[in-house]
Write a protein that binds this ligand. Structure first.
Ligand code: ASP
Ligand code: MG
Length: 403
C-alpha cells in the first residue's frame, strides 16, 4: 500500500477559500491512487490568538491548560478540511491526536512523541478514507492533551510518515522550498534543490523557520523521504537526502539569521567544580534551551560566563539567574537582548580549510564586530549586533557566492 503524508501549514489553511483549494489538491493526489494522511496546522494567526488570550490573564499560564487551549486551533482546521472534502463527495475523516493514539510524554508545551499506535489510521486507509490528523498534539498516558511546541505540526507529519513507513512526506508551506537564506532578508537567495538531513537540522536550529527542529531530527533518524514545497503552486520543492556527494561541490549551502536571541553574562562566579551544575541545573529543570556558552579563564578564582537563550526564554532565564544570588552573593548578572546569530551551514566545509577565516574576513570588512563564536562540523555561528544582521547576512551570502 503506497502511503503519502502531506502537511499543510497555517497559511495554507488560513481561510475557507484556501481550505477549499487544499481540498482540491488533496483530491488530485487521491485520484492518483495514493493513500493519504493529511496533517494540518491551525489557521494562520489562530495559535497566537489563543496564546494571547491566556496571557491576558497571566504571564505563566499553567502548562496543562495551556496545551488544552493551544490544541483547539488544530481542532478547528482539521474539522473544516474534513467538511470540505466530504462536501465534494470524498471519503475523509478528521482525528485529533488522542483519537489516533499519538502518545507523548508529559512535558506539556514541548511534549515528545513516545509512540504512535498506527492501527486505527491504517484501518481507515484500507477503507479508502483520507485520514486528516490534527498537527502538533498528542495525549499523555493519563489522557491529558499535550502539544509538541511551536511549529510542531511538522513533527506530527514526519512522525506519522516514519510510523506508517510512508513512501513520501510532503510539507506544504507558503514558500516553494528551502532557500540559501531567508529571501525577506537576502533578496538574492536561491532555492536549494537538494539538502542533506544534517544541513536541514542545523538550519532549523539556526533560525531557518521552514521546519521545526524536532521534525528534522526525526526525519534524519528515520530517513523519512521528505520534501518541502508550496501549497500555492506546483513548483518542485526542496528534497531532503542522506548525502550529496557530488553536489555541485559547494562548501556552504546556506546563511541563517536568528534574531530571537538573548545573551546573559554572569561575572564573578566562583571557580568551583559544581558551578556549571549550579547555573545550568535550574535552567534545565525549566526546559530552557541553552545555546552558545563561553567561559573565561579564572582570575582571582572567579570566572565570567556568557551564554545565549532564545528571546522567548529571556524572562524566565532572568528570574532563575537572579535566584542564584541566594548562594552566590557576589555575582553580577547582565544581559543583552539586541543581538542576532548569523551562521553559515554546509556539509562541504568538513573537508575545506579557511571557511571560518573567510566568514570573519567578510564580517570584518563590513565593520561588524563578533561577540561570540561557535562551530560544529558543518556550521559556524557568530553573535553580532541585531541591527547589523541584515548587512551581515547579505554580505556572507554574496561572499560565499550563494546567489
Ligand atoms: N499551530 C501551531 C503553531 O502555530 C503548530 C504548527 O503550526 O505547527 O505553532
Ligand atoms: Mg511551521
Amino acid at each position: 500500500m503506497k502511503i503519502l503524508v502531506q502537511k499543510y501549514g497555517g497559511t495554507s489553511v488560513g481561510s475557507i477559500e484556501r481550505i477549499e483549494n487544499i481540498a482540491k489538491r488533496i483530491i488530485r493526489h487521491k485520484k492518483k491512487g495514493d493513500n493519504l494522511v493529511v496533517v494540518v496546522s491551525a489557521m494562520s494567526g489562530e495559535t497566537n490568538r489563543l496564546i494571547a488570550l491566556a496571557h491576558e490573564i497571566t504571564d505563566c499560564p499553567d502548562p496543562l491548560h495551556y496545551d488544552m487551549l493551544f490544541s483547539a486551533g488544530e481542532q478547528v482546521s482539521v474539522a473544516l478540511l474534513a467538511i470540505a472534502l466530504l462536501k465534494k463527495g470524498i471519503k475523509a475523516r478528521a482525528f485529533l491526536g488522542y483519537q489516533v493514539h499519538i502518545i507523548t510524554d508529559k512535558t506539556y508545551k514541548k511534549a515528545r512523541i513516545k509512540l504512535i499506535e498506527k492501527e486505527k489510521i491504517t484501518k481507515e486507509l484500507h477503507q479508502g478514507t483520507i485520514v486528516i490528523v490534527a498537527g502538533c498534539q498528542g495525549v499523555d498516558e493519563d489522557g491529558n492533551i499535550t502539544t509538541l511546541g511551536r511549529g510542531g505540526s511538522d513533527t506530527t507529519a514526519i512522525a506519522l510518515a516514519a510510523a506508517l513507513k510512508a513512501d513520501a512526506c510532503e510539507i506544504y508551506t507558503d514558500v516553494d522550498g528551502v532557500y540559501t537564506a531567508d529571501p525577506r532578508i537576502v533578496p538574492a537567495a536561491k532555492k536549494i534543490h537538494k539538502l542533506t538531513f544534517d544541513e536541514m537540522l542545523e538550519m532549523a536550529s539556526l533560525g531557518a523557520k521552514v521546519l521545526q527542529i524536532r521534525s528534522c531530527e526525526l526525519a534524519k533518524k528515520y530517513r523519512v523521504p521528505l520534501s518541502v514545497r508550496s501549497s500555492f503552486n506546483n513548483v518542485t520543492g526542496t528534497f531532503l537526502v542522506d548525502e550529496v556527494k557530488k553536489m555541485e561541490e559547494r562548501v556552504i549551502s546556506a546563511v541563517c539569521v536568528d534574531k530571537d536571541q538573548a545573551r546573559f553574562t554572569l561575572s564573578g562566579l566562583p571557580f568551583e567544580p559544581d558551578m556549571m551544575e549550579k547555573v545550568f541545573g535550574p535552567l534545565t529543570e525549566r526546559t530552557i534551551v541553552i545555546d552558545m556558552i563561553v567561559q573565561n579563564p579564572p582570575v582571582n578564582n572567579t570566572i565570567n560566563l556568557s551564554f545565549t537563550v532564545s528571546q522567548a526564554d529571556y524572562k524566565e532565564t532572568k528570574k532563575v539567574l537572579e535566584s542564584l544570588k541566594t548562594y552566590y552573593k557576589t555575582i553580577h548578572i547582565s544581559d543583552e537582548q539586541k543581538i542576532a546569530k548569523v551562521s553559515i551551514v554546509g556539509v562541504g566545509m568538513v573537508s575545506q580549510s579557511g571557511v571560518a577565516y573567510t566568514m570573519f574576513h567578510i564580517l570584518g570588512t563590513h565593520d561588524i564586530p563578533i561577540k561570540m563564536i561557535s562551530t560544529s562540523e558543518i556550521k559556524i555561528s557568530c553573535i553580532i549586533d541585531r541591527a547589523q544582521a541584515e548587512v551581515a547576512a547579505n554580505a556572507l551570502h554574496a561572499g560565499f557566492q550563494l546567489g
